[in-house]
Design a protein around this ligand. Sequence first.
Ligand SMILES: [Zn+2]
Length: 64
Amino acid sequence: MDCPSCGDELVEIGLTVDGHRLTMVSCSECDTRSWHRDGDAVELDGVLTDLSATKTRYRRSLAN
Ligand SMILES: [Zn+2]
């Protein structure tokens, strides 16, 4: 998958939050990011709202 902004290769980072598979797709070149949950694209605001309810587990996932 290539970045829609600059064409560089995107990096996918997978998390599992409350049983949902959450994937952050990030471009290391221009820092464009998008999120996907259970295979569906989600708005970042929606992700952050969800994560605020599961903040502790989310941070633990990031630490791994
Ligand atoms: Zn990019």
